[in-house]
Design a protein around this ligand. Structure first.
Ligand SMILES: Nc1ncnc2c1ncn2[C@@H]1O[C@H](COP(=O)(O)OP(=O)(O)OP(=O)(O)O)[C@@H](O)[C@H]1O
Ligand SMILES: [Mg+2]
Length: 255
């Protein structure tokens, strides 16, 4: 199976507004695929349709060949398709480490009663998860914030925290909605390294991103949306010289 994700002729309207029309693309297994396009192009809508936060008017999404129609967002996450949100959703009242650990609830296999009784299996599992969370904090350059309240982290740190929390669920495919928004240059470089490491570890990544140097630096494949339709897809080099892509962005600047 070569496609982690197939979007087939997805359409969604809000009232009279066609936020997605006839959107088809594939995310190859093991790839880092970027979804780009001007503001309002429909990128977040596509993530919402993939994860069934919105039901498509028509079209279909397949995750490793399995149609996702009729499944709840929670079921989809449990299948290994995990997303982040455009505005960071961290858990207040928890430290950075606790936030990352909270992402693991999908993969904890011991029964709740085993955790309550603190049986050896559950204890080993907790230790392994804590080590994994710490390793991810380090990979994101956040180890210094381990025990800091998550709300005290700089905005960029909160975004990175949300990304590594998603990774704790051991997804097969992770959808990241503008993870670099609000990141400074150092944090953006850390994010780029993190995204490559995630892809190289075998997790397929799809990322919505406005930062073009980040996209061109990390993506294997780019899908370009404009006004709810796919206008181009290809390698970063192919996309950069595509006339329709340039027009979509120049059109936005003119507006
Ligand atoms: N729940 C909703 N109800 C009504 N309209 C919506 C809804 N969600 C999105 N839209 C509209 O659909 C269009 C696409 O929005 P979307 O958020 O998907 O764009 P985007 O590409 O993610 O933009 P940005 O880069 O600004 O995040 C916009 O015109 C938006 O106003
Ligand atoms: Mg968006």
């Amino acid at each position: 199976m070569s496609a982690a994700l197939q979007a087939v002729r997805l359409a969604k309207s809000f009232g009279g507004l066609r936020a997605a029309s006839d959107v088809s693309f594939e995310v190859p297994h093991g790839s880092l695929t970027a979804l780009i396009g001007p503001n309002g192009a429909g990128k977040t809508t596509i993530f919402n349709l993939i994860t069934n936060f919105f039901t498509p008017d028509s079209g279909e999404v397949r995750f490793y060949g399995t149609p996702l129609a009729g499944r709840s967002s929670g079921e989809i996450a449990a299948m290994g398709l995990v997303r982040t949100f455009q505005s960071a959703r961290i858990f207040p009242g928890m430290t950075a480490l606790e936030n990352v650990l909270a992402g693991a609830h999908l993969q904890v296999r011991s029964h709740a009663w085993a955790q309550m009784l603190w049986l050896p299996g559950a204890r080993r599992e907790e230790h392994a998860l804590a080590r994994k969370a710490e390793a991810l904090l380090e990979l994101a350059g956040l180890q210094g914030f381990r025990d800091t309240a998550a709300t005290e982290l700089p905005m960029g740190g909160q975004k990175l925290l949300e990304v590594i929390r998603a990774l704790m669920a051991r997804p097969r495919l992770v959808l990241l909605d503008e993870p670099a928004a609000g990141l400074n240059d150092t944090e953006t470089a850390e994010l780029a390294a993190l995204l490559r490491a995630v892809r190289d570890s075998g997790v397929t990544v799809m990322v919505v991103e406005h930062n073009m140097s980040l996209v061109m630096g990390v993506a294997d494949q780019v899908v370009v949306l404009d006004a709810g339709s796919v206008v181009a897809s290809g390698t970063p080099a192919e996309i950069q010289s595509d006339k329709r892509v340039i027009e979509a962005y120049v059109g936005q600047e003119a507006a």
